[in-house]
Design a protein around this ligand. Structure first.
Ligand code: MN3
Length: 257
């Protein structure tokens, strides 16, 4: 009897070990998975929390020719390694000895009216391009799905209606600037455009919100390939916007406090 009891206990304990090892493996998998989702989700927008003094010149997330034949290699190379780099270098130089070098990039942009115009142009230039590179892909998800798809349909009527409004904002922005899709404080998506390197985070923006997608309509973004044909460049943009990435940014914007 005793032996049988011992056997049962042994067998039970073996089963327990077996089950618990699965639980541990499952927990590790969940945490690894959670971590990778988290990193992926926060990669673009975590820059907002960085102190200005800690900002880095991030690598382009793909090669210069990755967006061919839509966005050409030479434009991408000059745009990233010269224009974007200059915004970064100039921001760092302007803020190096500033008592405000410890503020976050988000705080800087939210209070940009208190800074010299050089900080506004280069701080905006740095963030806007960082966002831009990270929503583009050579193998994009071509349309929004799920929650973002529903929100676009609710706030614009349809995806096509949204695209038309966005294209109009990009085409009619006079001179240099950007067009944006942002989440407003009222929880609604809106399209806007900003001059120069301003963006919807800035306290100087006419319409303020959390930008989740944008297009650079400075001539340096398209002149080599499209010359003066901005509408053609704007139309081509839809071939390289990765809606998977925009969906991730929308989720972050929804949870933004
Ligand atoms: Mn640019």
């Amino acid at each position: 009897m005793k032996t049988k009891e011992n056997k049962n206990i042994k067998s039970f304990s073996r089963t327990l070990k077996f089950v618990s090892s699965y639980v541990v493996v499952a927990m590790i998998m969940i945490s690894v998975n959670g971590q990778s989702i988290n990193n992926k989700k926060n990669k673009t927008m975590e820059v907002l929390k960085n102190k200005i003094s800690d900002l880095v010149f991030y690598e382009l997330p793909y090669s210069y020719d990755a967006l061919e034949p839509h966005f050409d290699k030479m434009t991408m190379e000059i745009h990233y390694s010269k224009h974007h780099k200059a915004y970064y270098d100039n921001l760092m130089a302007a803020m190096k000895d500033s008592p405000k070098a410890g503020v976050s990039l988000l705080e800087l942009m939210q209070n940009i009216s208190q800074y010299p115009v050089g900080v506004r142009n280069n701080g905006g230039g740095y963030f806007n391009h960082h966002l831009f590179w990270n929503i583009l892909s050579g193998s994009p998800q071509k349309a929004p799905q799920g929650k973002l798809k529903d929100a676009i349909e609710k706030d614009f009527g349809s995806f096509e209606a949204f695209k038309e409004e966005f294209e109009n904002a990009a085409k009619t922005r006079f001179g240099s600037g950007w067009a944006w899709l942002s989440l407003g404080k009222d929880g609604k998506l809106f399209v806007s455009s900003t001059p120069n390197q301003d963006n919807p985070f800035m306290d100087v923006a006419e319409k303020q919100g959390y930008p989740i997608m944008g297009i650079d309509v400075w001539e340096h973004a398209y002149y080599l390939k499209f010359q003066n044909r901005r509408p053609e460049y704007v139309g081509t943009y839809w071939n390289v916007v990765d809606w998977k990435k925009v969906e991730e940014l929308y989720e972050i914007a929804l949870n933004f406090k």
